[in-house]
Design a protein. Sequence first.
Length: 218
Amino acid sequence: MPVIEAGTDLATFNMSTSVMAVPFGFWTPTPIAPQAALASLRELVLSRSERRVPKWKFRLASDLVLQIQPKLAHKLLHKFECRAVASAVADLTLLTSTYKERKNAPDYWYITFDLNAAEQSSWRFKPRSCQCKRDADPAGTVDLRARLVGAFDDRRFDRLRPEMMLGHHCLACGKGLTDPVSMARGIGPECWGSASADMPLLLNMLPNAEQALAGSSP
Ligand SMILES: [Zn+2]
């Protein structure tokens, strides 16, 4: 295995230090509570299209945003690809940015992970990669992982319902929507194409928020 030396390749080195800074157990999948609402939403969107699946985005705390995307699973019952970022400035821009684009961001901690279930009762949180701002405390990555596992174990996502996640009519023109990505953003393809490039929906999932989902922000 090659030894990574400082100064050989700065980009590789920076990313590797984030990965190396977490304890080995970080990568071990963690069992979590079954996510029934996510499971039925996944089945609903995949029944409409296996190729165009939405990326649902949630604010879990003022400093924490999360994306969950249902995926096709071959040997698993359920699979989701997820990413989350913790930062004082955590928002959709930071969540969807590339490593390079985050270069000038304030301190942040970033993780990509899978949620999967081989059976209805055996859900797991499985980290795939992690990163933090250079010079940020790598312990923040471990903390981010623990907060996410906690949110799933608290069954915070059980309140999700299809009508909250999938609009059946275009908000701009009222035309019926059938494609899951259009349904998730509430805007049909024609109206979307003529609007700005990005108009994401960030669902409020703050733990104590009253009527959390009613407060979805456009
Ligand atoms: Zn429309």
